[in-house]
Design a protein around this ligand. Structure first.
Ligand code: AOF
Ligand code: ZN
Length: 359
């Protein structure tokens, strides 16, 4: 389908350009929280004349960068945006006005913005200005890209994903099999995606080394260490000066190590932990369990029963474990009753099998 005459467009092209917008949006992966990732391309006579993405909260939106690049060519062009253009004055002015001013003829929107300040008002404003608007192109991919943002806007809580490693005989292993040393491994990718990693460490006596970021200037999540139920804490070894660590505890502790902050809470429950993350603008939290699940049994039960847990990533290593898993029966009963996976998608990462699903 060749789009030579600007009045004629076809659905195939819409999907192609929306996928390009999604690709651009991903350039800001892990950097935009609490804002969504958004990408925009401007197409004139079948050619891309401008591209942009939202780099960070506080900075201009995707449409603004794309319109800047397109300049006068934006007139009568089509704009593809992964998220409905905003119609409000936030940290930045409304994108709808920028699109209207640039005299764009058509806007193709990946998904409606669930943010109640925007929610369809952006589309409405564009239509009122005489712009032809098409909504819900590559919608599932657009929603997947911003699942943390959507969850946080709708529930007021960060998206919480549980990650653990299993042996072939179903025992919990205290390691990440694939990905720590390998920049292309799934774990490195998770570190890019998530704004925070919540660590249930194997045991306070063991050294825990936080992996240094693979590329210079790569985004690092906030590393949150939870004190054990007996009050003991793990002080991680940091090899990268940009790494930030917070130890969450329910009693006073003095750490005195650069880059490590301690935050004392009245009670170390999951509600308080997620509120803390929310207050820090963190919209996605990877709960990385390196010990048997039972170490933070109460937290885990709370996560399951209060429906804080949204996703699970399980890594199955091609090896057997000699230890028995020794997990709490009460916890497992609660999991069996409450954890129903909606979907479970398998894939490979190195020698490991990954099972990813939504609850
Ligand atoms: C867009 N394009 O690239 C983004 C949008 O504080 P602000 O001004 O950055 O506004 C943040 C809100 O704007 C955010 O919650 C979401 O509703 C929308 N984000 N909208 O048109 C963008 N990042
Ligand atoms: Zn905007």
């Amino acid at each position: 389908c060749v789009n030579i005459i600007q009045d004629i467009h076809c659905d195939v092209d819409d999907e192609v350009y929306m996928r390009r917008s999604l690709e651009i949006a991903r350039k800001a992966i892990g950097h935009t929280s609490p804002n969504p990732m958004v990408g925009c391309v401007i197409v004139k006579n079948g050619e891309i004349v401008g591209e942009g993405f939202h780099p960070k909260a506080g900075q201009p939106h995707a449409e603004v960068f794309a319109l800047r690049e397109a300049g006068n060519l934006a007139e009568n062009a089509t704009a593809y945006v992964t998220l409905e253009p905003c119609n409000h004055y936030g940290r930045t002015p409304p994108c709808t006005e920028a699109l209207v001013k640039a005299k764009v003829r058509r806007v193709v929107v990946g998904m409606v913005d669930p943010n109640p300040i925007v929610a369809s008002k952006g589309v409405q404003r564009l239509r009122e200005a005489g712009i032809d608007v098409t909504v819900s192109i590559e919608e599932d991919s657009c929603k997947k890209l911003n699942e943390a943002y959507i969850h946080q806007i709708l529930t007021g809580k960060p998206l919480l994903t549980l990650r653990y490693t299993l042996s072939l005989n179903g025992c919990f292993l205290d390691q990440v099999g694939n990905g720590v040393a390998d920049a292309g491994g799934y774990y490195s990718q998770l570190l890019q995606e998530y704004t925070a990693v919540l660590i249930s460490p194997p045991s306070s006596s063991e050294e825990f080394e936080i992996p240094a970021s693979k590329e210079h200037g790569a985004k690092q999540p906030l590393w949150i260490f939870l004190s054990s139920p007996d009050g003991s804490i793990t002080i991680p070894r940091i090899t990268d000066t940009t790494t930030k660590v917070v130890i969450l505890t329910d009693r006073e502790v003095v750490v005195g190590k650069r880059g490590i902050e301690t935050v004392v809470m009245d009670e170390l429950n999951l509600g308080n932990i997620l509120d803390y993350c929310q207050s820090q603008g963190l919209n996605s939290v990877l709960w990385d369990v390196r010990a048997k699940l039972g170490i933070h049994e109460q937290l885990m039960k709370e996560g399951i029963e209060q429906k804080y847990l949204q996703k699970v990533v399980v890594e199955v290593l091609p090896q057997w474990s000699e230890s028995q898993s020794g997990n709490s029966q009460t916890l497992f009963k609660s999991m069996a009753e409450n954890l129903k996976m909606k979907s479970l998608q398998p894939r490979m990462s190195g020698q490991s099998v990954l099972l990813e699903g939504n609850l």
